[in-house]
Write a protein that binds this ligand. Structure first.
Ligand code: GLN
Ligand code: ZN
Length: 766
């Protein structure tokens, strides 16, 4: 360590003019106890007025700024606070809301109408923010859009922060990313970037006048594959943005991957700073490859903003030293916004102490940034204790037996190539048909039935210890019996148990698998007021006991019709968890797959004849760069196959995918080798079926015949029409009849009416 200290001290002069040294790229906003969620939902329900909602926002921001300042950050992002979503905020900033909300006079109500719709207005579409689990609202750009600047909210947040004495750095989504993520009718949205440049220039001027010395423009789109034309556009746009003299210093933030050639494009402009994600793909090599970066401030994202692990500070320091050594001005930062991790470990009272020492949530990451910056600025002495503590935690994690379970590893090592193979598909189909004797166009559902208040209360009472296990099981069995009876009444062909015992399709399994831990308050915003609490995958995965067999077996005991066992697939379990960073994701996927495989075999032994393994997140983990995608598809498909190939050929494997735009994953769908695949299709008019045919898909398929995302009850006629449309692309012997997705968010009455019509439509078409 001594050698490194002096290397760092030698370069202290290089950073002494640094305008800031320690920062994070963005902040969570729902509140440490989801205060903003509650206030917003109260506002929607009419229980509080806009004044109260804004007051909650102000208090959350003020407390957050105070904490960050006390923690030693000398530049603090401002404007990443949002009442719903940062892309929507940017659309408001640029006057790009769709015309259908224009008549709503109140700005806050107009904003929420664009976010979530009203009785008469469709909301903006929502989709995933790069490869994270955050969802943004997709701006609609069209002939109707005439961009205008509305900087009021951002300027207000800036003034508020400056009045509190905060070293504020306003953050705005940059023009390239905003347009690349927008949806446009006709021409590519990006072609309109020329209209945005004057607005961003005006905005920079206004922010400077209001007192901002630095402004951060977020351009995560620069870590995706860009064409030569787009790269030229990046250079052009940032050259023009930085022309005026009366502006703040501009920091362009890239994250979620290596900026690659975009770095060269930006280096040729007058931007003062560049943020690089040195955790998720960016490297010191990227930086070294661009000599023109000298003279710019490099905001080095060495603390992982997206995952929950404690930083290896020694490794981060050596990265920083390399950057400094090449003569750069360096500030320490998180790799991306802290939006994607929980607020603080301090709120966790039940986490095992040892595991907790391996982790860093938002507040702990800020502390890591501060320690690293201190090392650069004043040497390691002052923070020796923190460094030692971090080192001990890293060592404790590395040596923990749970991260390398020899039984798990031995089992995986002995699996041969046949572990992912089943008999020929045609032969399986025959065997399954002989055994199941289903009518043509069999009807089924995707798994969950309405999660009524009673069900939720029962789970909560059990969790709090207010009822004991026998009582809990008695009540849940009663729910299952009711759902089975309902399905029998309706005349469905393949039944489900309804999933009343599941809080969440990933958490339910994570809680029962070794290698996962759960948090109490580890909430992360998924979209708007919806927050999730992803489990933490920390060790090798194994299944101490069957997870679903009692529930499914009970359901099957109540009926002569086949009950589908219901499991979540390995890729989805990983996609919705915080995953290990000490082994490839592919390896974790194989471990989870093995545990799911064990479950399928137990279900089979319990007499279950159909098992559905849901993989709604298969597309979500697709790497951002095309070059990385084939490898991902290979291991993710392999993990699914490992999970589902341990059963007899006569057992029918179903899978469910929650969407219909498969894009790059389309070939992988056939590769999953499931006997039946249900997908969303109601909203895309069955067009997806032709795409599947073109990709060589020849197994059973259940294109959702009605949209479960709305409370509307579909008529028998419209479902009949949908089925006839599907039959144009799929022969009757391969077609299944089911809704788009699970029914857990719907009401009992509408579910019953909808399914009755669905069964009637299937009978009519048969
Ligand atoms: N089986 C799950 C359900 O029905 C599937 C949910 C999903 O695809 N997201 O709820
Ligand atoms: Zn679904």
């Amino acid at each position: 360590m001594a050698g490194r200290t002096s290397a760092l001290e030698n370069t202290v002069t290089a950073i002494s003019h640094n305008p800031f040294t320690a920062t994070v790229l963005g902040l969570p906003r729902v509140g440490p106890r989801r205060e903003l969620k509650r206030a917003t939902e109260s506002y929607w329900a009419g229980r509080i007025d806009a004044g109260r909602l804004h007051e909650t926002g102000r208090t959350l921001r003020r407390d957050q700024y105070a904490e960050l300042q006390a923690a030693g950050l000398d530049s603090i992002p401002v404007g990443t606070f949002s009442y719903y979503d940062q892309m929507l905020d940017t659309a408001v900033l640029l006057g790009a809301l769709p015309p259908r909300v224009a008549d709503i006079a109140d700005p806050l109500d107009r904003y929420f109408a664009a976010a979530r719709g009203t009785d008469s207005v469709e909301p903006l579409e929502m989709t995933k923010w790069f490869d994270t689990n955050y969802h943004y609202l997709v701006p609609e750009i069209g002939p109707h859009t005439s961009f205008t600047l509305h900087p009021g909210e951002l300027l207000a947040q800036l003034r508020e922060a400056l009045e509190l004495g905060v070293p504020a750095r306003p953050v705005v989504i940059g023009p390239i990313t905003f347009l690349k993520l927008a949806k446009s009718a006709g021409t590519a949205a990006l072609e309109r970037v020329g209209e945005l440049v004057p607005l961003y220039r005006e905005l920079l001027g206004l922010l400077a006048t209001a007192g901002a010395t630095w402004v951060q423009l977020d351009e995560p789109a620069l870590v995706t594959d860009l064409t030569a034309e787009e790269l030229a556009m990046v250079r052009q746009v940032y050259t023009e943005l930085t022309e005026p003299a009366d502006r703040p210093a501009v920091l362009v933030a890239t994250y979620f991957g290596s900026p690659g050639p975009a770095l060269g494009a930006l280096a040729g402009t007058d931007v003062e700073g560049l943020a690089i994600d040195l955790v998720a793909g960016g490297t010191v090599g990227d930086v070294a490859a661009v000599p023109a970066l000298a003279g710019k401030t490099l905001v080095a994202g060495v603390v992982d903003g997206r995952n929950v692990w404690r930083t290896d500070l020694d490794r981060a320091l050596s990265t920083l030293a390399t950057l400094l050594g090449s003569g750069k001005t360096v500030a320490v930062s998180t790799s991306c916004s802290l939006l994607h991790v929980p607020y603080t470990l301090a709120a966790e009272t039940h986490l095992e102490e040892k595991l907790s020492s391996w982790l860093a949530f938002g507040a702990e990451k800020v502390a890591e940034v501060r320690v690293l910056a201190a090392c650069l600025n004043t040497g390691t002495e002052a923070v020796a204790a923190e460094l030692a503590q971090a080192r001990a935690a890293i060592a404790s994690r590395r040596s923990d037996p749970r991260i390398a379970d020899s039984r798990v590893r031995a089992r995986l090592a002995t699996l041969g190539p046949d572990a992912t193979e089943r008999g020929p598909a045609a032969q399986r189909r025959q065997m399954q048909q002989d055994r199941l004797r289903l009518p043509s166009l069999p009807t089924t559902t995707i798994g969950s039935y309405p999660q009524t208040t009673t069900i939720r209360l029962t789970r909560a009472e059990f969790r709090k210890g207010e009822i004991d296990r026998p009582e809990y099981e008695r009540r849940m069995r009663a729910e299952i019996a009711e759902v089975i009876a309902l399905q029998e009444r309706l005349g469905l062909d393949v039944l489900v148990h309804g999933e009343p015992e599941r809080n969440d399709m990933v958490q339910y399994f994570a809680e029962q698998l070794d290698g996962f831990a759960a948090t109490e308050l580890g909430w992360v915003q998924s979209y708007g007021t919806r927050c999730v609490r992803p489990p933490i995958l920390f060790g090798d995965v194994s299944r101490p006991a069957p997870m679903t067999v009692d529930w499914i077996g009970y359901a099957q005991s109540l009926t002569g019709k086949p009950v589908k066992g219901m499991l979540t697939g390995p890729v989805t379990i990983l996609a919705w968890s915080f995953v290990r960073d000490d082994q490839p994701l592919a390896e974790s996927a194989r471990q989870v797959a093995l545990a799911i495989r064990d479950e399928t075999i137990d279900l089979q032994n319990a007499g279950i004849r159909i098992i559905q393994v849901d993989e709604p997140a298969l597309r979500e983990l697709l790497p951002l760069r095309t070059a990385d995608q084939p490898d991902y598809l290979e291991w993710s498909v392999g993990a699914f196959r490992l999970a589902t190939s341990g059963v007899a050929d006569s057992l029918q494997i179903h899978t469910h995918l929650c969407y219909s735009e498969f894009g790059e994953v389309i070939d992988a769908i056939a590769g999953l080798n499931a006997d039946v695949t249900s997908i969303e299709a109601a909203r895309s008019h069955m067009e997806v079926l032709d795409d599947l045919n073109a990709a060589g898909f020849a197994a059973g398929v259940g294109p959702g015949v009605y949209d479960i995302h709305s409370p509307r009850v579909p008529s028998t006629e419209e479902i009949t029409t949908a089925l006839r449309a599907a039959l144009k692309s799929v022969p009757a012997e391969r077609l299944w009849v089911n809704p788009d997705c699970g029914l857990k968010t719907r009401g009992t009455a509408e579910v019953e009416a909808s399914l009755r019509n669905m069964v009637a439509a299937a009978q009519r078409v048969r």
